[in-house]
Design a protein around this ligand. Structure first.
Ligand code: ADP
Ligand code: ZN
Length: 526
């Protein structure tokens, strides 16, 4: 058997997709690999094909029980002997699976990371030949990643105690540079073949909107996209319920999905959507894992997600067939607050050391900020995302809202300087709101409380609108003139460029503003 035959006979495909073959060849040659590919690119095949060609058994470490079940079911259906070992098995089922495994019945065993270092599992791997350990969702090993799992650290320990070092293959959809370094280092990959592929989804068009009335905007959007299949993501179950009800009321066929529904309803709704009986799915982020629907034409985020990783993964469910897809995000300031709340809540629900917890909280907030910047940048949205994941595109993609909008550069050097000076002279101790109010000369509670009305630069931008000041401030943050500290009360400090500018470096700050400047006065409030 060779890889092509396995691809055809077992999986039914004629050709490999971008990136797959290189990873498979390296793996088969006995080299460790790290594959970073977006959701839907086809990571599973990269380790499943070699697994079937290797002499011994492949262990796949995966964090999600539902994902394991799906993959094992799919393999079994294709005639591959595979099993999973996780906490969903009864004592009896577990013993039986282990017995079969010991007799070499399975070619591929999916295991939860918590299982690896148990006595029974260690006994098993000492009896049989392990050819490869494949780590799915490998970003979970990194504290820099969005779903850090302390139990993933056990994988490295496990590999150490194996009688013979197998090939290690790590896969993830979301690795920023820091996460990638962690994966390589913590898993101890040796001279690995690293492939980052297919991140750029050229057929997807990205847009950020800030509608005053999100529901109305959504209805207008759906009106223009009738019959098209799409997903509307909301950040809470309550929002899913509300929007779903509203869509039904307005006569748009839609189904809903969130963790609060019965298994039966979830299954039914999911199938109605997948088999095109219902075009629109309104869901929380609980929907989509392991779902493979190729003709999704739009993914509309009714709320801003907590980080770019989540956003790109969810948005990436559009246009998997390669036909045009739209990824629209509705931003509102409230989304930031909700996400902050959700991050704090999530931190409380997980078992971390105190020290780890502060670290992780800080990083979660940092990622939320980068997500927020995405909603404010006037640069190419695709470039922003690709850069976030450590890839570089051109600065102009021609297929995102920003690239398609005509902007004009506006010189805001004077305004920028005033803001920087206020931040500096007030001791770099205040947040965005207070600084904005201060330069605008607002008589707000914060301004009075912090005595910012006594600062020399108080009110220097009183003839600019709050909206404009916020735009400039956001631009200064995005471009590193200012930085925002992590934590519950983020404050503005001077960034490297900001310091340089105040030290007299000749810098011109150009802000890109839409050519057709909407009337700003009406939305300005202090
Ligand atoms: P990922 O894990 O990267 O999200 P999957 O491994 O689930 O992606 O693959 C996504 C879909 O693409 C699956 O339906 C899979 O069968 C399909 N697929 C993978 N490789 C190929 C290929 N070479 N040709 C055609 N379809 C493929
Ligand atoms: Zn663009």
């Amino acid at each position: 058997m060779d890889k092509y035959k396995v691809l055809k006979d077992v999986f039914g495909y004629d050709t490999f997709r971008e990136g797959q073959e290189g990873l498979i060849d390296s793996t088969l040659a006995g080299r460790d690999v790290l594959g970073i590919m977006p959701t839907g690119a086809g990571k599973s095949i990269c380790f499943q094909v070699p697994a079937l060609l290797f002499q011994g058994i492949t262990i796949v470490v995966s964090p999600l029980i539902s994902l394991m079940k799906d993959q094992v079911a799919a393999l079994n259906a294709a005639g591959v002997h595979a099993a999973f070992i996780n906490s969903s098995l009864t004592e009896g089922q577990y013993r039986k699976a282990m017995e079969f495994a010991a007799r070499g019945r399975y070619k591929i065993i999916y295991a939860a990371p918590e299982r690896l270092m148990t006595d029974s599992f260690l006994a098993l791997v000492n009896q049989v030949e392990i050819s490869m350990v494949a780590v799915d969702e490998a970003h979970c090993i990194s504290q820099w990643g969005q779903d850090f799992r302390p139990s993933y650290l056990k994988i490295a320990e496990f590999i150490q105690v194996l009688p013979k070092r197998p090939v290690i293959a790590a896969y993830t959809a979301t690795a920023t540079r820091a996460v990638k370094e962690d994966i390589l280092c913590i898993l101890g990959l040796q001279n690995p073949f690293v492939a980052v592929t297919g991140y750029d989804r050229k057929n997807l068009c990205f847009a950020v909107e800030k509608p005053k009335d999100k529901i109305q905007a959504l209805l207008d959007y759906l009106d223009k996209n009738r019959e098209k299949s799409g997903i509307i993501y909301c950040n809470t179950r309550k929002n899913v319920e509300e929007i779903h009800r509203r869509l039904i009321q307005e006569g748009y066929p839609a189904v809903r999905y969130h963790a609060g529904l019965s298994d039966e309803e979830k299954k039914q709704n999911q199938e109605d959507f997948i088999y095109d009986r219902m075009p629109v799915m309104v869901a929380t982020n609980a929907f989509g894992m392991g779902i493979d629907k190729s003709n999704v034409r739009f993914v509309l985020h009714f709320n801003m997600p907590k980080d770019i990783e989540s956003y790109y993964q969810e948005a990436g469910r559009a246009g998997r067939d390669g036909e045009p897809g739209e990824c629209v995000l509705y931003y509102a300031g409230q989304d930031v607050k909700t996400n902050e709340f959700l991050i704090n809540q999530q931190m409380e629900n997980e078992e971390f050391d105190r020290e780890d917890m502060e670290l992780i909280r800080g990083r979660n907030f940092e990622r939320l900020r980068k997500m927020t910047f995405y909603c404010f940048t006037n640069e190419c949205l695709r470039e922003y995302i690709l850069r976030y994941f450590g890839e570089y595109g051109g600065n102009y993609c021609g297929n995102c809202k920003n690239c398609l909008t005509e902007f004009q550069d506006t010189d805001v050097t004077k305004e920028a300087e005033s803001i920087l000076k206020l931040v500096k002279t007030s001791g770099q101790r205040y947040g965005i709101q207070a600084v904005t109010d201060a330069v605008h000369g607002s008589d707000s509670a914060k301004v009075r409380q912090f005595h910012l009305n006594e600062n020399t630069y108080y009110g220097v931008l009183k003839d600019r609108t709050i909206v404009r000041i916020r735009q400039i401030l956001n631009d200064l943050l995005v471009k590193d003139y200012l930085v925002l500290t992590a934590g519950d009360y983020p404050v503005l400090r001077l960034g490297e460029r900001g310091k340089a500018m105040l030290d007299g470096a000749e810098e011109q700050v150009l802000l890109k503003l839409p050519k057709e400047q909407p009337k700003m006065q009406s939305s300005a409030k202090s």
